[in-house]
Design a protein around this ligand. Structure first.
Ligand SMILES: Cc1cc2nc3c(=O)[nH]c(=O)nc-3n(C[C@H](O)[C@H](O)[C@H](O)COP(=O)(O)OP(=O)(O)OC[C@H]3O[C@@H](n4cnc5c(N)ncnc54)[C@H](O)[C@@H]3O)c2cc1C
Length: 405
C-alpha cells in the first residue's frame, strides 16, 4: 500500500509515524511544499513548543475549541492529551506540566520534538520530499493522483492524508474546492485588541489577574488574566474572547466595544456593598489612597479619573451616586476596539475544510474514500495553551489508522 501524507508539519509527521506503526508494510511519503520541515513546531511556544495541555478532563479539554468541540470530544477518547504525553515520553521526550497546565519538553526546546519526529521517520524509512507542493488531486478508480507543482509530474497512491495546515486565505484551499470539498471561510483567530482612541494604553504592562470581559449585544464572554498593552488589551481573557468571537469580529471589521469587569464579580450589589463598607471603615481616606479589591494603583487612579470623581474626595463623602459611579466603572467599563494585532505571531485559522465533509470516526473524507484529513486545515481550532497541537495530534492519530485499526 502506497500512502502519501501531504504537509510536513505537526499533523503530517504525526500521521506518517503512526501510520507506519499501524501498517508497517505501507510505503509512506511525506510531501512538503517548502524547503523546511516542521517550521511551525520550531517557532511554537516561543521556541519551546507547548505540545499539549495537561488538564485531566476530556470535557475541559474540549471546551478550549471554539470550532470542532463536539467532534474532538469524541476523538479525545481515541487519543487524548494524556495519550499524547505518554506518546512523547515513551519515545524519549520527557515533558513537564507547568502550573498553568501548559506542557513543554523538559529541554524547553522545540528542537527536541523535531528531532524525535525526524529520527523516527528515518528509522521507519518514511520518504520525505521537500519543495514538492501538491497543487491538484485527481482520481484514478478512486485512487488519489497527486499533481506535483515543482516537477509538473503526477503520482498515484492508494491513499492520501491531507495535513496542509491553516491558511487565512481561501485561495490556499482552492485545489481542494476543485474536488468538491466545501470550505468554511478561513479567517484569523487568536489576536489582541487594538484601542487607538483609548487612553488606557498609557497603563501598558499592568496585569489584572482575574477580569471578566464581554462583548455587549452578544453572548461572548471570557475570564482570566488581562494585560494592558501599548496598543490596547491582551492576555488570556482577551485571546480567548478573540477565538470564540473570531467570526463576529471579522464580520464587523474588528470594530466593536468590549466591556471589562475589572473585579470579575457579576452581582453589582456585592460590589456596591463592598464600596459602602470601605466608606464606613476608612472614612477619612481619600479615594485615591484606598483601592478596593487591591486593583493595581495606576489602574485605580485611571478609573477614578474616568468616573469624574475628585481623587482627593474622602470615602465618607462619596454618597450613593459616587458608589454607583464606582460600581459601574468596576463592573461595566467600556472600551472601543478598532483593529487587531496578532499575538506573538501565534495565530491560527478559524475555518477551513467544513466538518460535514469528514467522518470523524476515521477522519476519512465523505466525498473521496481514499482521502483523510488531519490538523489545522480542518475547521477546528483552539485557544492558546497547547490545544492546537493537541487537535493536530489527535486527528492525525485517528487518520493514521486509515479506518482499519
Ligand atoms: C508562531 C506560532 C506559534 C504557535 N505555538 C503553538 C504552541 O506552542 N502550541 C500549540 O498547540 N499550537 C501552537 N501554534 C499553532 C500550531 O502551530 C498549529 O495549530 C499546528 O502547527 C498545526 O499543524 P498542521 O500540521 O495542521 O499545520 P502546519 O504545522 O502549518 O503544517 C502544514 C504543512 O503543510 C505544508 N503545505 C501546505 N500546503 C501544501 C501543499 N499543497 N503541498 C505540500 N505541503 C503543503 C506547509 O508548508 C506546512 O509545512 C502556533 C502557531 C504559530 C503560528
Amino acid at each position: 500500500m502506497k500512502v502519501a501524507v501531504i504537509g510536513g508539519g505537526a499533523a503530517g509527521f504525526f500521521a506518517a509515524i503512526n501510520l507506519k506503526e499501524n501498517h508497517p508494510q505501507a510505503e509512506v511519503t511525506i510531501f512538503e511544499k517548502s524547503k523546511k520541515l516542521l517550521s511551525k513546531v520550531k517557532i511554537s511556544g516561543g521556541g519551546r513548543c507547548n505540545v499539549t495541555n495537561g488538564t485531566d478532563s476530556i470535557s475541559e479539554l474540549a471546551k478550549a475549541y471554539p470550532r470542532g468541540k463536539k467532534q474532538l470530544k469524541k476523538l479525545f477518547k481515541e487519543f487524548s492529551n494524556q495519550d499524547c504525553m505518554q506518546w512523547f515520553e515513551s519515545r524519549g521526550v520527557p515533558l513537564v506540566v507547568q502550573g498553568d497546565n501548559c506542557v513543554f519538553p523538559v529541554s524547553q526546546d522545540s528542537q527536541t520534538i523535531i528531532d524525535c519526529f525526524l529520527s523516527t521517520t528515518k528509522k521507519y524509512k518514511i520518504e520525505i520530499r521537500t519543495s514538492q507542493a501538491i497543487e491538484l488531486i485527481s482520481f484514478d478508480n478512486e485512487k488519489p493522483v497527486l499533481h506535483i507543482k515543482q516537477t509538473a509530474s503526477s503520482e498515484t497512491y492508494d491513499k492520501a492524508i491531507i495535513a496542509t495546515g491553516g491558511t487565512p486565505k481561501r485561495t490556499g484551499l482552492e485545489w481542494l474546492e476543485k474536488i468538491d470539498f466545501s470550505l468554511t471561510d478561513p479567517i484569523p483567530s487568536l489576536f489582541t485588541f487594538n484601542m487607538p482612541e483609548e487612553h488606557i494604553q498609557q497603563l501598558m504592562g499592568i496585569v489584572v489577574e482575574n477580569a471578566l470581559v464581554k462583548i455587549p449585544g452578544t453572548k461572548l464572554t471570557a475570564e482570566g488574566p488581562l494585560l494592558i498593552t501599548h496598543w490596547g488589551m491582551s492576555g488570556p481573557a482577551i485571546l480567548k474572547l478573540s477565538a470564540f468571537g473570531a467570526r463576529i469580529f471579522n464580520d464587523c471589521s474588528y470594530q466593536f466595544q468590549v466591556q471589562v469587569n475589572w473585579v470579575n464579580i457579576q452581582n453589582n450589589n456585592l460590589v456596591a456593598d463592598e464600596l459602602k463598607q470601605i466608606s464606613e471603615q476608612h472614612p477619612k481616606k481619600q479615594l485615591s489612597n484606598f483601592r478596593p479589591y487591591l486593583i493595581p494603583d495606576r489602574l485605580w487612579q485611571f478609573l477614578l479619573t474616568k468616573t469624574g470623581l475628585p481623587h482627593t474626595k474622602l470615602w465618607q463623602d462619596i454618597g450613593k451616586s459616587g458608589i454607583n459611579k464606582l460600581t459601574n466603572i468596576l463592573c461595566h467599563d467600556l472600551y472601543t476596539v478598532n483593529g487587531k494585532t496578532t499575538f506573538k505571531e501565534e495565530f491560527v485559522t478559524c475555518g477551513g475544510i467544513s466538518l460535514n465533509n469528514i467522518n470523524f470516526k476515521t477522519m476519512q473524507s465523505r466525498l473521496h474514500p481514499n482521502l483523510y484529513f488531519a490538523g489545522e486545515i480542518l475547521d477546528v481550532d483552539g485557544i492558546t495553551g497547547g490545544y492546537n497541537f493537541q487537535a493536530a495530534w489527535t486527528t492525525a492519530f485517528v487518520a493514521a489508522r486509515l479506518g482499519e485499526v
